[in-house]
Design a binder for this molecule. Sequence first.
Ligand code: FMN
Length: 360
Amino acid sequence: MSFREMLDGLAIPILQAPMAGATLDAMTIAVSRAGAMGNLPATGVAPEDMAATVDAIRAQTDAPFGVNLLMAPPLRPEPAELDVALARLTAWYAELGLDVPDHPNRFSQDFNAQLTALTRAAPPVASFAFSILTKGQVDALHAAGSYVLGTANTVAEAIAWTEVGADGICAQGFEAGGHHAYFLDGIEASSVGTLPLVATVLQAVDLPVVAAGGIMDGRGVAAALALGASAVQMGSAFLLADEAIIGPTWRQAIADAPSDATRLTRAFSGRYARGIENRFMREMRGQQEDVPAYPVQNRLTQSMRAAANKAGDPELMSLWAGQAVKLAKPGSAGEMVKAWWTEAQVTAQALAKRTGAPAP
Ligand SMILES: Cc1cc2nc3c(=O)[nH]c(=O)nc-3n(C[C@H](O)[C@H](O)[C@H](O)COP(=O)(O)O)c2cc1C
């Protein structure tokens, strides 16, 4: 079976986005059991825990699921650079009654060790963002029995993933919540809307495309499929689900957000990501190009964000969310995907009527 056939075989062609810090295996399992495809964010999973993590999902569902890694570069900043970066954060930590943290021993999990462990664990689908695998790494995943889904923000990135042998492209538009996956060019050149991105990637590569960014309900699913996508990947639409692990402050921030509330920021993590704009994003805007690159800044702000979450202060948390997050609704993830698919079917029927298409 090809990856395209796997996607075509899904009862519901919706991939739940892997969302580090917002979802765990409970959502992955619920979504896959409902006939769509759940995805586990495994960025924070230590290599030695990878096999047990993947096996725990496999034990709970026979349906396909995915496991996702963010490809953090192994940066080793000089102590002086860390001092400058932490000095920039001193006043923010002080607001929460905290000193800035000591220099961390490490900034992220070791990606190569995670990849080796993930390859051994062989989930049905392995997805990646922030960089690109080598052909050898993709071959090893294939040999283990996993399909490879590469995330692209541009056509050039989609072509690059095709050249290393990926099985599908997750085309992530500028609308998307959370971190953007760009790796060949800067944020401005990599900011393409979901609609033109999906259409131009489909023109350029002969792989199934999964559309991501701004898709919040069945209408969006129908629109992406009409464009030629094989499936969609939805993130923000799941943020208010029962299975999401975001706390009450983040949930309330979504409820309180005015329309058009999201912005891109580099200030929290050292990589551009979209979230509901807050005071940290506004006041750090002038310095966001100066902060250390991901994952360094992400690690340096980690305890600030955690403390703000604990204190119920939305102004110092990363409230990752996409441009259409105001359409998010609460519910159980399994029921949500079923309802979106029904809505997509109704939308398609209404469109057929509107366009005067002959009855099938
Ligand atoms: C809170 C949050 C966390 C995310 N974490 C990840 C992640 O760990 N890995 C990943 O590949 N994408 C991640 N994303 C991006 C999603 O995969 C997807 O591209 C995005 O949610 C699609 O846009 P939407 O939010 O408008 O649906 C995250 C998105 C959000 C909102």
